[in-house]
Design a protein around this ligand. Structure first.
Ligand code: EPU
Length: 338
């Protein structure tokens, strides 16, 4: 394990932003993570754990130690007639893992195709798309406690999953480094085609009884059609979370803006697409210096080439303010701002 000094983080964040890490280390095994925690007293330092770097906005150089997780490997840990339990190490690429499962006929994550990032980040913010959240298939998360180097397990309930939320973003924030995730996948999958856009693609292709691969291909087609590829245009997916508001407030807004979309999440709450709110404020496709809100999905902020993290952050603040001013709704970033 080599500790590098003064390393550029540009290749390690999907916004493609320039920022320097005072120290940088890559871990390829759980033991290395443990050694790092104990020998280097990580608990006392400022650290930033990086997976695929697809959910961060770097606004400045990082004075502490960046720990890049590069633990590879997928292992079958258990199998029943109905399910297979796969333990994937945190540095495995998420989409490659999805394709692996689709190819083997293991169902549960096909709707989550093409989400950027790696295995270790998936439980962190409970990634979700097209009617599925990763919490639906997580059996266990293994992590190393930073202050002690001890390996700790979290079962599904202990992860305290919510919409783009988990214990790792809240009470356990900064206390653990996720090293592997065990997924419970179905050998007799129930497909989830509730999401309109998936139904439309299948219909267009004349597919009545879709396979896992058909669903995965449909999701890949939908995502590719409206979400920019970070390799081509720097971005970190949805920048804000979709806000949940009181049903009574939603009803009032519906009077003023009859087209406002909303999805009830309980009898008292409605989730409103932040992309719609941002578009209504005139941001969709707008360039502001080197940054802007994407032309096909206003929720995605992009780096047109030479943006700084602060420029993107400034745009995010302006967007946040205009949504608040127009609709009275406070939208909060999904992306971690460093
Ligand atoms: N919409 C607009 N204008 C826009 C964007 C969206 O009007 O510019 C409206 C449309 O009415 C559309 C609705 O918003 O029907 C929902 O849009 P979309 O299906 O694109 O989903 P989203 O709510 O914007 C969420 C996730 C995405 C995920 C999609 C698909 C969040 C914050 N984002 O976006 O996740 O791919 O659903 O399920 O929950 C990510 O987290 O990085 C991400 C891409």
């Amino acid at each position: 394990m080599v500790i590098y000094q003064n390393i550029s983080l540009k290749p390690y964040n999907t916004f493609g932003l320039e920022a320097k890490a005072a120290q940088f280390v890559e871990c390829t095994t759980v033991e290395e993570v443990q050694v790092l925690c104990i020998t280097f007293n990580l608990g006392q330092r400022e650290i930033l754990v990086l997976g695929g770097g697809s959910n961060i906005l770097l606004t400045k150089d990082f004075d502490g130690m960046v720990v890049k997780m590069n633990l590879k490997g997928i292992e079958r840990v258990n199998e029943t007639e109905e399910h297979i339990y796969l333990k994937a190490n945190s540095g495995e690429n998420w989409h490659e893992f999805v394709l692996y499962c689709v190819e083997k006929g293991y169902g549960g994550i096909e709707n989550l195709s093409l989400i950027p990032g790696c295995i270790g980040a998936a439980p962190m913010q409970n990634i979700g798309a097209y009617g599925v959240e990763v919490k639906d298939v997580i059996e266990e998360v293994q992590a190393v406690e930073i202050s002690t180097g001890i390996i700790t397990s979290f079962n599904n309930a202990e992860c305290k999953f919510g919409y783009r939320e988990s214990i790792f973003k809240n009470e356990a924030k900064g206390k653990y480094i996720i090293t592997s995730v065990t997924y419970k996948l179905s050998k007799k999958p129930q497909l989830n085609i509730s999401y309109g856009a998936i139904k439309d693609v299948l219909q267009e292709k004349g597919i009545d009884t879709p396979s896992l691969k058909d669903i995965s291909d449909a999701v890949i087609a939908i995502r590719s059609s409206k979400l920019p590829d970070p390799k081509v245009l720097g971005n970190s997916g949805s920048f804000f979370k979709n806000p949940e508001i009181d049903s009574s407030i939603y009803a009032q807004l519906k009077n003023s803006y009859p087209a406002i979309p909303g999805y009830p999440t309980s009898s008292k709450q409605v989730k409103v697409p932040a992309g719609w709110l941002i578009e209504q404020c005139g941001w969709k496709g707008k360039h502001v210096g080197n940054t802007g809100a994407h032309k096909d999905q206003a929720l995605v902020l992009v780096n047109y080439g030479n943006a700084t993290g602060n420029e993107i952050f400034g745009l995010a603040l302006e967007i946040q303010k205009s949504v608040k001013d127009k609709f009275g709704i406070h939208i909060i970033p999904e992306v971690n701002i460093i």
